[in-house]
Design a protein around this ligand. Structure first.
Ligand code: NDP
Length: 526
């Protein structure tokens, strides 16, 4: 068998998928360049890690203000690189970062403060413990193209607040946004090396995993996540994985149909359906199914498909990012058609897909089982609460789910039974934009958390400091030499602490008192 050697292109082209316009050329970086970036970040961390948290917060607030002042220019770069409207880029990719910067700048010190731990009987025996947190060092961030600003920028801010420095590998489809992130730090005046960016393809990402970084934060497909975990395991690099989703929306029969159909459409088609938390399965109660689906279809037809850099609000549905992504969407639509589903919409022109509503499907269809990541919405009816829960949970994924009803008690009851890391009641999509709460997935949707207190704790190591206040005054009764008295002392202590009988406890106490002074004098050199 012959082996074909395919050379990597040295350059990545950033192209607007909506227009084909070339937006820039960026290096497809090799192993040495990645190592060099990690070296720089490691050097920078030595000083950055020593800066008090309050001062780090001041830096982040400076960055926040720089982003706010340039919000339209930043959104413009993102919008062109993704081929979606500037309105979408501004609201979903840049705006949430301002709140996130604020939250971590003002709360990191409180969350990471040293914490005394009650250690039960050990406290009585003259010991005390506290835990404190310290940074990992250099955090490697590998991010996708669908939110090329908010996903990595959020993780970078959290990493920096915790005292780490970062190396970011943006998606090969959005290198320009990646470089823009680096420039924002530079323009704000951050020390060199605090936020390094390595542009390149998947191979560049794999170099980053084995480059000596201290932890990897990966956001992307479950498939790539598994590959990264294998490489990370070889180097014992800890990972946080933010992976794919197939998120269900459950609609009960008491909803306001007008509002809830608007929500379903937004949840399914926002960012051209290319959101990990997109509504990819819609379950509607049988009683309102007909009326609901009619409204969804009617409203979907009104969505404008296209791209304009002059009118940021001109089109709701932008382009799909790539040919590969388009093929996946096409495959799901065709599979549905071939198996007897009714598809309304779904026509394709260049990299644009008319949003599609799919009816007469069940859980045997690809479009219901696999992540589509496009503007496609399958709708299915259900009859009972239990059935809705069972259908929603019948997935390999567990990112977000939403429950829609006026009966909040019922919604909370349902939420309790959903195997998802986030459950929204009468809302969808937005929780990644709420920095105070954890973001992550269960099952094949991920490992670990970003955002919230939990996300900050992923960026630090835990140090336990234990003090024996009697350590310079007396020997511990379990040290050498072993003796009969020490053995009896151990048995008495067991009963004193753990016997349910008061009588045994008193006997044990007397046993300890009897042996204690003898034990404390027993030493090896006597
Ligand atoms: P991919 O998994 O294809 O890529 C994600 C990142 O990993 C990219 O930067 C990619 O580089 C890089 N990469 C690819 N191969 C490797 C490798 N072997 N080693 C290291 N890095 C590698 O995902 P997409 O970019 O297509 O993003 C879409 C996916 O992301 C969807 O599944 C979506 O659900 C998920 N996602 C999850 C989120 C969450 O929070 N749970 C949020 C957003 C998206 P390159 O681009 O060059 O291939």
């Amino acid at each position: 068998m012959r082996t074909e050697i395919v050379e990597r292109p040295p350059i990545l082209r950033s192209i607007n998928p909506a227009t084909g316009e070339i937006l820039g050329e960026f290096k497809n970086m090799g192993e040495e360049e990645v190592k060099e970036a990690v070296k720089k970040a490691k050097k920078a961390q030595k000083d950055w890690g020593k800066i008090p948290i309050k001062e780090r917060g001041r830096w982040i607030l400076k960055l926040k203000e720089h982003i706010r002042k340039n919000i339209e220019d930043i959104a413009d770069v993102i919008s062109k690189e993704k081929g979606v409207s500037r309105f979408e880029a501004l609201t979903s990719d840049v705006f949430p970062i301002l709140d996130l910067a604020d939250f971590y700048a003002k709360n990191t010190e409180k969350i990471l403060k040293r914490e005394k731990v009650k250690i039960g009987v050990w406290n009585i025996m003259g010991r005390e413990s506290y835990i404190e947190y310290f940074p990992y060092g250099v955090i490697g961030i590998i991010s996708p193209w669908n939110f090329p600003f908010s996903i990595p920028m959020g993780q970078i801010i959290i990493a920096l607040m915790a005292g780490n420095t970062c190396v970011l590998k943006p998606s090969e489809f959005t290198p320009k946004t990646g470089i823009l992130i680096k420039e924002l730090f530079k323009d704000t005046g951050f020390p060199e090396g605090v936020c390094e960016v390595v542009t390149g393809d998947g191979l560049t990402g794999s170099y980053l995993v084995k480059s000596g970084v201290d932890k990897i934060f990966f956001t992307g497909s479950t498939q790539t996540g598994k590959i990264i975990m294998k490489t990370a395991a070889e180097h014992l690099v800890p990972v946080v994985m933010e992976l794919g989703g197939k998120d269900p929306m459950i609609v009960f029969d008491d909803v306001d149909i007008d509002i809830t159909t608007d929500a379903a459409i937004f949840g399914a088609f926002f960012n051209t359906g290319q959101v990990c938390a997109s509504v990819e399965r819609l379950y509607v109660h049988k009683k309102i199914y007909e009326e609901f689906k009619r409204a969804v279809i009617e409203k979907t037809k009104k969505l404008r498909v296209g791209f304009s850099s002059y009118e940021p609000w001109g089109y709701e549905i932008g382009a799909v990012i790539s040919e590969k992504q388009l093929m996946k969407i096409k495959e799901h639509i065709e599979d549905a058609k071939e198996n007897g589903a009714e598809v309304i919409g779904g026509e394709i022109k260049d990299l644009f897909v008319k949003p599609a509503v799919i009816l007469n499907v069940d859980h045997s269809f690809k479009v219901v089982r696999e992540e589509t990541f496009g503007p496609v919405l399958p709708i299915m009816p259900f009859e009972t609460e239990d059935e809705a829960i069972e259908l929603a949970n019948d997935s390999e994924y567990g990112l977000t789910a939403s429950v829609w009803t006026k009966d909040i008690k019922r919604a909370k009851r349902v939420a309790e039974k959903l195997q998802y890391a986030t459950v929204m009641i009468n809302d969808n999509l937005i929780t990644h934009a709420i920095p105070q709460v954890p973001w992550g997935g269960v099952k094949n949707s991920g490992i670990g958390r970003t955002h919230g207190k939990e996300g900050l704790l992923e960026m630090v190591q835990v140090r336990h400091v234990h003090t024996n206040k009697l350590g310079q005054k007396m020997r511990a009764p379990w040290w050498y030499p072993f003796s009969k008295e020490k053995y009896e002392f151990a048995l008495s202590l067991t009963n004193l602490l753990h016997s349910p009988s008061m009588k045994e406890k008193i006997q044990a106490f007397l046993g300890i008192a009897k042996n204690f002074s003898k034990i404390s004098k027993q030493k090896l050199n006597e």
